[in-house]
Design a protein around this ligand. Structure first.
Ligand SMILES: *Cc1c(COP(=O)(O)O)cnc(C)c1O
Length: 394
């Protein structure tokens, strides 16, 4: 059987590892030695499950989208991560990591954020636990995600603008890493996706794997089978997709489709279609696939959705791409926005623009009518309403 999980050295095939400055080595090594033991403790699991249920609101429903199904001539289910507390899948991971940070004896939390969703999810669990929270966010993202900045401040977090480079997610990530180097002992860095040095990609994937764990049970109840034909999810760094794929990886008949942001078009120079345009290299602590110039400079990514404009993907995704276990495709701004509007009009659900990228791919598939398709609705569109209004001139 193929192995899609991390090995003892922190690699998925050719990808992963921990490419970190010497000064971060003790933090990462400490985390690596303890994360699995802590996550397997019965007391940890009990508290994690209780918070997922009573605080996050899990299990999230698996919703049969009848009008979308009718439109596409097949059976479409939406995994409703948009209904989670704070409006996206990211809270699954931050709840897990705050419990881990407590057990590691950390007194201060730092995080980076793009769309603001991870910052909000982090500020939320820090408030819940009464732990100091500092969030780094690109100056451009602070402007386009003002409501999320307000939410973080409301919950007592300090939001620090990243003013270098494109002033977006990757720059915020650089600032957060710098902070951690300066505060190695008391601080835990909550990374928001399946990226970064080992053990983060594996740890975040495990916390998010609750998405596919629930989906299997829900499909069994609704269809009599635990496995669908297709699973679709959008990919920024890749955490909702990894959570959605996780418990289907070994069922090789389940087709996994990861949808990246093509921005204004794959060849426009303004996109975030990482696997199509990227090459192997090291970004933010792990070896993966990233968008880079011939001499190895990271290319500034672009997408209308702040959560997808990241120039890399998590190392596990790079591996799934390389061994062809999952298919990586891309959707333009225009296609995603149309799919977001369609979902609102046909189902009364306004999706995050990130999630709308996954929905848009339904349009490109050919169905016989007999398939079961699960789309991860990673988040709700409240944060994107201004962007939708402007785009459609509503
Ligand atoms: C952050 C975000 C994403 C992208 O992050 P992944 O780690 O790729 O899941 C997707 N959808 C929503 C709603 C988000 O907030």
């Amino acid at each position: 059987m193929n192995n899609y999980q991390v090995n003892e050295n922190g690699y998925y095939g050719d990808f992963g590892g921990a490419y970190i400055p010497e000064m971060l080595y003790p933090n990462i090594e400490y985390l690596r030695q303890h994360y699995l033991n802590i996550m397997h403790e019965p007391a940890f699991q009990a508290e994690f499950q209780q918070l997922l249920r009573d605080y996050v609101g899990r299990p999230s429903p698996l919703f049969l989208a009848e009008r979308l199904s009718e439109k596409y001539g097949t059976t479409v289910y939406l995994k409703r991560e948009d209904l989670n507390h704070t409006g996206a899948h990211k809270i699954n991971n931050t709840v897990g990591q705050i419990l881990l940070a407590e057990r590691l004896g950390k007194k201060r939390i730092i995080a980076e954020t793009g769309a603001g969703q991870h910052g909000v999810a982090t500020a939320t669990v820090c408030a819940l636990k009464g732990i100091e929270c500092v969030v780094y966010m690109g100056e451009v993202d602070i402007e386009r995600q003002a409501p999320n900045v307000a939410r973080m401040k409301m919950m007592g977090a300090t939001v620090i603008p990243a003013t270098s480079g494109s002033k977006t997610l990757k720059d915020a990530t650089n600032e957060a890493m710098r902070d951690w180097i300066n505060n190695p002992l008391d601080t835990h860095y909550i990374i928001g996706s399946v990226v970064g040095p080992h053990p983060y990609p594996d740890m975040v994937a495990r916390f998010q794997s609750v998405i596919s764990e629930e989906t299997r049970k829900q499909l069994q109840e609704k269809t009599g089978s635990e496995t669908p034909d297709y699973v679709l999810a959008c990919v920024g760094g890749g955490s909702n997709a990894m959570g959605m794929f996780y418990h289907f990886l070994d069922d090789e008949q389940v087709k996994l489709i990861a949808i990246e942001a093509a921005g204004k078009g794959v060849d426009s120079g303004e996109s975030a279609a990482t696997t199509l345009l990227g090459k192997e290299g090291v970004l933010h602590g792990s070896r993966s696939i990233l968008m880079q110039t011939p001499d190895g400079q990271v290319v500034e990514p672009y997408s209308i959705s702040a959560g997808l404009d990241y120039p890399g993907i998590g190392p596990q995704h790079a591996h799934l791409f390389k061994v062809k276990r999952a298919e990586y495709v891309s959707i333009t701004d225009e296609e995603a926005m149309q799919a977001g509007l369609l979902c609102a009009r046909l189902e009364g659900i306004i999706p995050a623009i990130e999630s709308a990228h996954a929905l848009a791919y339904l349009e490109k598939m050919n169905f016989t009518g007999k398939e079961t398709v699960v789309v991860c609705l990673s988040g709700r569109g409240d944060k994107d309403l201004a962007t939708y209004m402007k785009f459609f001139d509503l």
